[in-house]
Design a protein around this ligand. Structure first.
Ligand code: PLP
Length: 400
């Protein structure tokens, strides 16, 4: 017998992936340029030049064993030190390389962290709309997912609801800023309020509650907005980072977990992180890319390209009458579905060759997500389709 839950996960891919696969078939049928695929969050901007330079240099000037060999299970000591120094300088933080674990992207960071802290029946709070894999990762770690809905008008976390959702079984909350799918960036006021709630509840229930901060979009912020680094606000913070988006390296699977040095019982929590990494088989993150990212800290792909895409889409779609949450980061627009049924609307948009992900995939209905990490050409060419879509929607849907 096989594990039927795993079979289910393998058999039914996410709605995002299904739409992406549909897009591939459609492109083969009617031509790549005629399909406006906004389904997936695959960075479209090239890696910065420094990535190629460092890669070539490493390949030419490093011996094969140290380049391609096993590193320590938790990562190369020099790499960990470089990352922590960088973070401490940039965010005036107080991290220690002893509590940093190199991983294969944010997905591995999250699943290791959850397995490290969850015991049977523990609850983990996620803030809707949320990245769909959180549910998969939490449940595989034997945790229970508790969904907290946002404030309707702003899509920001509903803090009263968060407060009331925490109970004696709450082990952690996952936050994600800049956010997938809304593009919202949490300000320091909000982070402080979340920290205050968690601190209060830790005292009330007399146990630790972890703040897991999922940060693959940390650098993708447009405009003059400060990024509040969570470990400066809350001691029991677990930061899950990935270079997938900032350096456009999603296929190389590289990132890290870092614990706040002031975390309660931090030594043992870090042992649990190492144990979870070991039991899940996430040890010795890719050696070549560990070395590479250590030399590319502070660099990013050209983010002005995403910003330009955002500005064009946001301004044009608003002018056509779409209701959109104003995004300050990541590369997503969260748009109110016409007719309020996001699944029906996403299906309907296919008539115009627009591939938009229904928000039900993110645990919240009534919206679609547009992933604008695509070429500017695709954005510009899609605009007449978006215009036709909104103009024709009510009339055509009535006659269907
Ligand atoms: N968390 C969020 C919010 C994401 O959007 C993604 C990927 O799109 C991940 C985690 C996983 O990132 P990675 O590719 O680094 O595993």
């Amino acid at each position: 017998m096989i594990n039927s839950k795993m079979k289910e996960l393998g058999l039914h891919s996410s709605a995002i992936r299904e739409l992406f696969e549909y897009g591939k078939i459609r492109k083969a049928l009617i031509g790549e340029k005629n399909v406006f695929d906004f389904s997936i969050g695959n960075p479209s901007v090239a890696t910065p030049e420094i990535v190629d330079e460092v890669l070539m240099d490493l390949i030419k000037n490093t011996d094969s064993v140290s380049l391609h060999g096993y590193t320590s299970a938790s990562g190369d000591a020099d790499v960990k030190k470089a990352i922590v120094n960088y973070l401490n300088n940039k965010y005036i933080a107080d991290l220690d390389e002893k509590y940093l674990y190199m991983t294969c992207g944010a997905a591995a960071s999250l699943t290791i962290s959850l397995n490290a802290i969850i015991s049977e029946n523990d609850e983990v709070i996620v803030l809707a709309p949320y990245f769909p894999e959180y549910k998969v990762f939490i449940e595989k770690a034997n945790g229970k997912v508790i969904i907290v809905n946002p404030q309707k008008e702003t899509m920001l976390p509903d803090l009263d609801c968060l407060y009331n959702s925490i109970n004696e079984n709450t082990k952690a909350i996952i936050i994600n800023s800049p956010n997938n799918p809304t593009g919202i960036v949490y300000d320091k006021n909000l982070i402080q309020k979340i920290a205050d709630i968690l601190n209060k509840k830790q005292i009330e229930y007399n146990h630790d509650i972890y703040l897991i901060s999922d940060e693959p979009y940390r650098e993708l912020i447009y405009g003059d907005i400060d990024y509040p680094f969570v470990s400066n606000y809350y001691d029991n913070s677990i930061i899950c980072y990935s270079f997938s988006k900032s350096l456009s390296l999603p296929g190389e699977r590289i990132g890290y977990i870092v614990l706040s040095k002031k975390m309660n019982d931090v030594e043992n929590v870090f042992y649990a992180i190492c144990g979870a990494g070991r039991s899940l088989g996430f040890v010795c993150a890719p050696s070549l890319f560990q070395k590479l990212v250590a030399r590319c800290l502070g660099h990013t792909s050209d983010l002005t390209i995403y910003e330009e895409n955002r500005n064009i889409l946001y301004n044009e779609l608003k002018s056509y009458g779409y209701e959109i949450i104003k995004p300050d980061g990541a590369f997503y627009l969260f748009v109110k579905a016409l007719g309020d049924d996001s699944i029906k609307f996403s299906e309907y948009a296919k008539k115009y060759e627009l591939l938009l992900v229904p928000s039900d995939s993110f645990g919240y209905s009534g919206f679609v997500r547009i992933s604008y990490c695509v070429s500017k050409e695709q954005i510009v060419n899609s605009l007449p389709q978006f215009k036709k879509l909104i103009e024709n929607f009510s009339r055509e849907v009535k006659h269907e």
